[in-house]
Design a protein around this ligand. Structure first.
Ligand SMILES: Cc1cc2nc3c(=O)[nH]c(=O)nc-3n(C[C@H](O)[C@H](O)[C@H](O)COP(=O)(O)OP(=O)(O)OC[C@H]3O[C@@H](n4cnc5c(N)ncnc54)[C@H](O)[C@@H]3O)c2cc1C
Length: 491
C-alpha cells in the first residue's frame, strides 16, 4: 500500500511519532487472507500502517499483543491474529480497513469483545480493535446519546443516568454496545421502549470499500435498515446515536429465589404471571446452579412505573411459594444493570445456546427442569427473558430483526475455569439444548450464533433474508465482513 492511500493528519502523524507502534516491525510476517491463503506483509508495509495510526499496531512480538488478543470468553484465547490495529479514531479505522482490503486479509472487528462465539478475534488475520474508542456523549436536552464503538454498556448507562435517562441496554454492564446493538439489543427496558435497535437514531459507518456514510431514516435508509439486526454484516460502525428516555434513577427491584426442588412450580407460576404483564414490568425467570452448590430457581426483574402500582401488581408473586430470599424494593437503575457482572467474569470458559419461543408448552418446562444439572466445577444457568410489549409492536420487516413475534428468549449457558472441562461442558449444553430446541420458533438471537450452520443462519433471517442478501451484495460484495452471523453475498 502506498503512503498516500492512508488518511493522515497532522495530529495523527504527531501522535504516531510519539507512540512507537511496535518493536516487532523488524521483519516481514505472514497473515491469512479472506480466501484462507497465506500472504506476506513486509516490514515496510507494516511500518507504513503503524505510522498511519494514532493508536498502536500490535504484532505477535509486541508488548500488549497477548492482552489485546484476549476476549471475554476464554474459549477463544488460543487464537493468534497476525496483527491487531488498536484504533483511536475514525481515521485509524479507515486506514486499517484500507490496509486489510489491499492485502485481502481476514478481518475480525472488536468492540466490547463479548462475542460468545469468538467472532471478534481470528487466527492469522487482522483484528480491527475499536475498544480504545470509548467516548460517550449524552445530550440531555435532545435526550440522545452518541457512543463510539468501544463503549461498554455500563458507561452508556452511567452517562445517561446522570441525567435520569437511559435506553435499552443488556443486563451485564461490561458487554459492548456495538455488537449488542447490531444484533438487536435485548434488555430490561425492551418491553417499554423496544430493542436497542428500536432506539437507534443513526449510525456512522465505514463501508468495506472505504466510504464513510451516515445511516438513518433520512440517509442511506437501506443500510440503516440492515444495521438494525443484521449483526455487523454491512459496515464498520464508528458511532451510534440512541434515543434516550426518562428512567429511574430508582426503579422497583424484583428478586425472588426458591429451592431448586420447586423449579417446576416456579416456572409454571412465572409463565402464568407474566402473561398479563404491562410494558412497565420486566420479569424474567431462571435456574442457576453455582459450582458445587444445590442451586436455586429465580424470578427477577424490575418495574419501571409508579412504585405503589408496582407493589400492587406484584402481590401475587409476593404470595407465591416459599422463597429462600425475596425482595421488592427500590434500586438504582445503574446498580441493577451491573448486578450480574460478577457472575460473568472475563477469561473464564463459556458456552451458550439460545432460542426464541412464541409460546411455552408444558414440555418446555418439564424438559428444562428435568434435564437441568450442575457439577462441582461449572456454573450452570437457564435464563428466560420476556419479550412482547414494545418489541412486538414493530413490524417484522421494519428492521432486519424479524423475530417480533417472540414472547420469550430462553438461553442456557455454562461457565467454568478449567480448560480441561471444556469438551464435557460444551457437550452437556448441546445435549440439554436438544431437549428445548424443538419448541423454539426456529429462530435464535444472532448475537448468540455459536455453531449453527449457514442454512440455519440464513433461515433465521426469515422473510428479511432476500433483502439482506441484496444489501450485502451492494455494501459488502466480497464478504469482507464475514465473522458474524454471516449473510453470504451472491454476486
Ligand atoms: C456476559 C454477556 C452478557 C450478555 N448480555 C446480553 C444482553 O443482556 N442483551 C443482549 O442483547 N446481548 C447480550 N449479550 C450478547 C452480546 O450482545 C453479544 O455478545 C455482542 O456481540 C457483544 O458486543 P461486543 O461489542 O462486546 O462484541 P465484540 O466481540 O467486540 O463483537 C462481536 C461482533 O459484533 C460485530 N461488531 C462489533 N463492533 C462492530 C462495529 N463497530 N461495527 C460493525 N460490527 C461490529 C462484529 O461482527 C463482531 O464480531 C451478552 C454477552 C455476554 C458475553
Amino acid at each position: 500500500m502506498k503512503r498516500r492511500d492512508f488518511v493522515t493528519s497532522a495530529l495523527g502523524a504527531a501522535a504516531a511519532a510519539s507512540v512507537p507502534y511496535t518493536k516487532a516491525s523488524a521483519s516481514d510476517i505472514s497473515a491469512n487472507t479472506l480466501k484462507g491463503e497465506s500472504t506476506v506483509l513486509t516490514k515496510a508495509e507494516l511500518k507504513e500502517l503503524g505510522d498511519s495510526l494514532r493508536g498502536k499496531l500490535l504484532l505477535p512480538s509486541s508488548d500488549g499483543y497477548d492482552q489485546a488478543r484476549k476476549i471475554w470468553n476464554g474459549m477463544w484465547n488460543d487464537k493468534r491474529p497476525a496483527l491487531v490495529a488498536r484504533c483511536s479514531g475514525i481515521k485509524d479505522v479507515l486506514n486499517a480497513v484500507e490496509f486489510a482490503r489491499t492485502h485481502d486479509l481476514l478481518v475480525a472487528l472488536r468492540g466490547g469483545g463479548h462475542s460468545i462465539s469468538g467472532k471478534s478475534i481470528c487466527e492469522g488475520g487482522m483484528v480491527i480493535d475499536m475498544s480504545p474508542m470509548d467516548g460517550v456523549h449524552v445530550d440531555p436536552f435532545a435526550k440522545t446519546a452518541r457512543v463510539e464503538p468501544g463503549v461498554l454498556l455500563g458507561a452508556l448507562d452511567q452517562a445517561s443516568q446522570h441525567f435520569g435517562l437511559a435506553t435499552t441496554a443488556g443486563v451485564v454492564s461490561h458487554t459492548g454496545a456495538a455488537g449488542l446493538t447490531l444484533g438487536g439489543g435485548i434488555g430490561r427496558l425492551q418491553r417499554k421502549h423496544g430493542l436497542t435497535i428500536d432506539n437507534l437514531i443513526s449510525a456512522d459507518v465505514i463501508t468495506p470499500d472505504g466510504r464513510f456514510l451516515r445511516a438513518s431514516q433520512e440517509d442511506n435508509e437501506d443500510l440503516f435498515w440492515g444495521l438494525r439486526g443484521g449483526g455487523g454484516n454491512f459496515g464498520i460502525v464508528t458511532s451510534f446515536e440512541y434515543q434516550l428516555h426518562k428512567v429511574g434513577p430508582k426503579v422497583l427491584n424484583v428478586s425472588f429465589m426458591y429451592p431448586i426442588s420447586d423449579a417446576k412450580d416456579v416456572l409454571n407460576f412465572y409463565f402464568d404471571f407474566n402473561m398479563n404483564a404491562p410494558d412497565d414490568l420486566y420479569i424474567g425467570a431462571g435456574l442457576v446452579i453455582p459450582p458445587g452448590e444445590p442451586g436455586f430457581a429465580m424470578i427477577s426483574g424490575c418495574y419501571f412505573g409508579d412504585f405503589e402500582e408496582g407493589e400492587r401488581l406484584l402481590e401475587p408473586l409476593r404470595k407465591f411459594g416459599k422463597p429462600m430470599f425475596s425482595n421488592i424494593g427500590p434500586i438504582d437503575y445503574v446498580d441493577l444493570q451491573s448486578r450480574n457482572d460478577r457472575n460473568n467474569e472475563h477469561g473464564h470458559y463459556y458456552y451458550a445456546k439460545s432460542g426464541f419461543f412464541t409460546d411455552i408448552e408444558t414440555a418446555v418446562i418439564d424438559n428444562a427442569v428435568e434435564r437441568f444439572a450442575g457439577t462441582s466445577s461449572r456454573r450452570t444457568l437457564l435464563l428466560i427473558s420476556p419479550f412482547g410489549g414494545a418489541v412486538g409492536r414493530v413490524a417484522e420487516d421494519a428492521t432486519a430483526f424479524s423475530h417480533r413475534d417472540t414472547q420469550y428468549q430462553i438461553e442456557i449457558s455454562s461457565g467454568w475455569e478449567n480448560a480441561a472441562l471444556s469438551d464435557g461442558n460444551v457437550q452437556w449444553c448441546r445435549n440439554y439444548w436438544e431437549a428445548l430446541d424443538p419448541f423454539t420458533s426456529g429462530g435464535f438471537y444472532v448475537n448468540f450464533v455459536v455453531d449453527q450452520g449457514q442454512q440455519q443462519v440464513n433461515e433465521n433471517y426469515r422473510g428479511n433474508f432476500d433483502r439482506l442478501v441484496a444489501l450485502k451484495n451492494k455494501y459488502d460484495p466480497t464478504n469482507f465482513l464475514r465473522l458474524n452471523a454471516n449473510i453470504e453475498p451472491t454476486v
